[in-house]
Design a protein. Structure first.
Length: 104
Protein backbone atom coordinates (compact mmCIF):
# COMPACT_ATOMS: atom_id res chain seq x y z
CA UNK A 1 0.00 0.00 0.00
CA UNK A 2 3.03 2.25 -0.24
CA UNK A 3 1.86 3.46 -3.64
CA UNK A 4 -1.22 5.10 -2.15
CA UNK A 5 0.82 7.52 -0.07
CA UNK A 6 2.90 9.84 -2.19
CA UNK A 7 4.53 13.02 -1.00
CA UNK A 8 2.63 16.05 -2.19
CA UNK A 9 4.82 17.91 -4.66
CA UNK A 10 4.57 21.66 -5.00
CA UNK A 11 1.43 22.51 -6.90
CA UNK A 12 2.06 25.04 -9.62
CA UNK A 13 -0.66 26.98 -11.30
CA UNK A 14 0.79 26.50 -14.77
CA UNK A 15 3.14 23.49 -14.81
CA UNK A 16 1.35 20.22 -14.05
CA UNK A 17 4.48 18.18 -14.75
CA UNK A 18 6.51 19.89 -12.03
CA UNK A 19 8.94 21.54 -14.43
CA UNK A 20 9.18 25.27 -15.17
CA UNK A 21 7.98 26.49 -18.57
CA UNK A 22 8.84 30.21 -18.66
CA UNK A 23 8.37 30.70 -22.43
CA UNK A 24 5.03 28.91 -22.50
CA UNK A 25 3.81 30.76 -19.40
CA UNK A 26 4.82 34.09 -20.92
CA UNK A 27 3.06 33.34 -24.20
CA UNK A 28 -0.01 32.24 -22.26
CA UNK A 29 -0.10 35.44 -20.21
CA UNK A 30 0.47 37.64 -23.28
CA UNK A 31 -2.27 35.83 -25.19
CA UNK A 32 -4.73 36.21 -22.31
CA UNK A 33 -4.01 39.93 -21.91
CA UNK A 34 -4.19 40.64 -25.65
CA UNK A 35 -7.36 38.57 -25.93
CA UNK A 36 -9.01 40.46 -23.08
CA UNK A 37 -8.04 43.84 -24.54
CA UNK A 38 -9.22 42.85 -28.02
CA UNK A 39 -12.48 41.41 -26.72
CA UNK A 40 -13.36 44.42 -24.57
CA UNK A 41 -12.38 47.06 -27.14
CA UNK A 42 -14.10 45.13 -29.91
CA UNK A 43 -17.47 46.34 -28.66
CA UNK A 44 -16.63 49.99 -29.26
CA UNK A 45 -16.79 51.24 -32.86
CA UNK A 46 -14.15 53.91 -32.48
CA UNK A 47 -11.57 51.49 -31.00
CA UNK A 48 -11.45 49.21 -34.04
CA UNK A 49 -7.73 49.82 -34.67
CA UNK A 50 -6.84 48.70 -31.15
CA UNK A 51 -9.15 45.70 -31.16
CA UNK A 52 -8.13 44.45 -34.59
CA UNK A 53 -4.37 44.78 -34.01
CA UNK A 54 -4.40 43.33 -30.49
CA UNK A 55 -6.66 40.54 -31.71
CA UNK A 56 -4.33 39.72 -34.59
CA UNK A 57 -1.23 39.72 -32.39
CA UNK A 58 -3.11 37.67 -29.77
CA UNK A 59 -4.07 35.10 -32.38
CA UNK A 60 -0.47 34.80 -33.56
CA UNK A 61 1.03 34.50 -30.07
CA UNK A 62 -1.68 32.05 -29.03
CA UNK A 63 -1.12 29.89 -32.09
CA UNK A 64 2.61 29.73 -31.42
CA UNK A 65 1.92 29.05 -27.76
CA UNK A 66 -0.33 26.15 -28.72
CA UNK A 67 2.40 24.82 -30.98
CA UNK A 68 4.99 24.69 -28.19
CA UNK A 69 2.71 24.12 -25.17
CA UNK A 70 3.53 21.24 -22.86
CA UNK A 71 0.74 20.95 -20.30
CA UNK A 72 -3.03 20.85 -20.46
CA UNK A 73 -3.37 23.93 -18.28
CA UNK A 74 -1.31 25.94 -20.74
CA UNK A 75 -3.43 24.74 -23.65
CA UNK A 76 -6.65 25.52 -21.80
CA UNK A 77 -5.65 29.10 -21.02
CA UNK A 78 -4.31 29.59 -24.55
CA UNK A 79 -7.64 28.48 -26.05
CA UNK A 80 -9.50 30.98 -23.83
CA UNK A 81 -7.12 33.76 -24.93
CA UNK A 82 -7.31 32.70 -28.57
CA UNK A 83 -11.10 32.76 -28.52
CA UNK A 84 -11.22 36.22 -26.98
CA UNK A 85 -8.57 37.50 -29.39
CA UNK A 86 -10.44 36.03 -32.35
CA UNK A 87 -13.75 37.61 -31.36
CA UNK A 88 -12.05 40.96 -30.75
CA UNK A 89 -10.20 40.71 -34.06
CA UNK A 90 -13.34 39.99 -36.05
CA UNK A 91 -15.32 42.73 -34.30
CA UNK A 92 -12.49 45.17 -35.00
CA UNK A 93 -12.44 44.12 -38.64
CA UNK A 94 -16.20 44.62 -38.86
CA UNK A 95 -15.94 48.12 -37.40
CA UNK A 96 -13.20 49.40 -39.69
CA UNK A 97 -10.31 47.01 -39.93
CA UNK A 98 -6.59 47.12 -39.35
CA UNK A 99 -5.95 50.37 -41.20
CA UNK A 100 -9.01 52.41 -40.32
CA UNK A 101 -10.87 51.87 -43.57
CA UNK A 102 -8.83 54.49 -45.46
CA UNK A 103 -7.28 51.97 -47.88
CA UNK A 104 -10.44 50.84 -49.53
Amino acid sequence: MAQAIRPQSSISLFATDGKPHPLQDTLMAVTLVLGAVAFITGFFDHLHLLSSWTGLIGILTGAYGQFISVTTRERFALIIGLGAAGIGFFLGMAHGGLFGGWLG
